[in-house]
Design a protein around this ligand. Structure first.
Ligand code: FAD
Length: 308
């Protein structure tokens, strides 16, 4: 493929074919939009009257389309489509012991209910992440699972940021104007570590979530012989202007056995982490609070089954 530039009266379209060309373009045009599936940008331009005079299609940059297994997990180029990611993770799930792929199983489970085939076939991992929607189905999972993102810009060193720190505000992410999202690193899980996805939407197929979540715990055997929570991370979408972590829920879990008293403490804590004002955009406030709590309940039941 060749480098293409298509100038037009309102929009100039660039199609770089190397990473260097892409970074050069983004440095020269920091306000330019990258377009892969166009399922966000297209809607903004057509229905929200947004003007983006420079569009850059990174679809032919090999590094952005690569998928690789590392010692730590899977590294995906940020331009990989959701369908390709799903296929790749399914193969890893089939090839590895179940304990190692709990995050992959959760991602595949969430993608099952993410839009439809047409959208998943064209839309990129980065398109979902960088949009920073408070209701993204994947961002809470990246946050809870310990996934990290690498940003890259011309003449600056690659920056790797935990997903849990990447979402700064309503559709605001930790990317500098000259940077692109370059890679997504999804870690393997360790023995006795469990990750689970949650999504409640008005309609099961192809619908936007009301509340979604990603949850992770790692259990270890205490000196007394019983199992206690060594690590916990809980993230929600649909309860604030951005996807959020629930640190008080995590604190209520760590060091505790997986039993009813711990569940009760976590359900108490979620009221402090998920605070939705009665006048919050999106409405359904009482329902959303109840969903946040009920996902914790479901997670308890899920992990308890796996421990048996
Ligand atoms: P694009 O529109 O091409 O780009 C989106 C944004 O990402 C742009 O701002 C662009 O500049 C930026 N970008 C892209 N790549 C990079 C990069 N490498 N570095 C920096 N910035 C970059 N979302 C859900 O979470 N769950 C759903 O169930 C769901 N269903 C949907 C159903 C429909 C019918 C539609 C239209 C959308 C749906 N979405 C859903 C939202 C959307 O599909 C996703 O967010 C999708 O992943 C966006 O990817 P894209 O490649 O189409 O993004």
């Amino acid at each position: 493929p060749q480098y293409l530039v298509m100038p037009g009266p309102q929009v100039t379209w660039h199609r770089p074919v190397t990473l260097e060309q892409l970074l050069e373009l983004k440095a020269t045009h920091p306000a330019a939009k990258l377009v892969v599936g166009n399922t966000e940008v297209g809607i903004e331009m057509k229905f929200k009257d947004m003007k983006y005079p420079i569009l850059i299609a990174p679809t032919h940059v090999p590094e952005l389309n690569s998928l690789a297994v590392t010692e730590q997990g899977v590294t995906a180029g940020a331009g990989v489509t959701l369908t390709r990611l799903m296929t790749f993770l399914k193969a890893e799930i089939a090839a590895r012991p179940a304990w190692q792929t709990s995050t992959f199983q959760a991602v595949v489970g969430q993608l099952r209910w993410f839009a439809g085939n047409q959208i998943r076939n064209v839309s990129a991992l980065a398109g979902n992440i960088v949009t920073g929607s408070p209701i993204s189905d994947l961002n809470p999972l990246w946050m809870a699972s310990g996934t990290t993102f690498t940003a890259l810009g011309k003449d600056s060193a690659p920056r790797t940021v935990p997903a849990s720190q990447f979402f700064l505000g309503y559709r605001q992410v930790d990317l500098r104007p000259h940077e692109i999202l370059y890679q997504v690193h999804i870690p393997f899980t360790r023995p006795h570590e469990f990750v689970k996805e949650f999504k409640q939407s008005p309609r099961r197929e192809d619908d936007i979530a009301i509340v979604n979540a990603g949850m992770r715990v790692r259990l270890e055997q205490a000196a007394s012989g019983g199992w206690v929570v060594a690590e916990a991370a809980v993230a929600y979408g649909g309860v604030a202007a951005r996807a959020i972590m629930a640190p008080q829920v995590a604190a209520a879990l760590v060091g505790q056995p997986w039993d009813e008293a711990t569940l009760t403490a976590a359900l108490e804590a979620v009221r402090n982490d998920v605070v939705i004002a009665d006048s919050a955009p999106g409405g359904k406030v009482e329902y959303r609070r109840a969903l946040a709590a009920s996902f914790i309940f479901k997670f308890f039941a899920h992990v308890a089954t796996l421990m048996d």
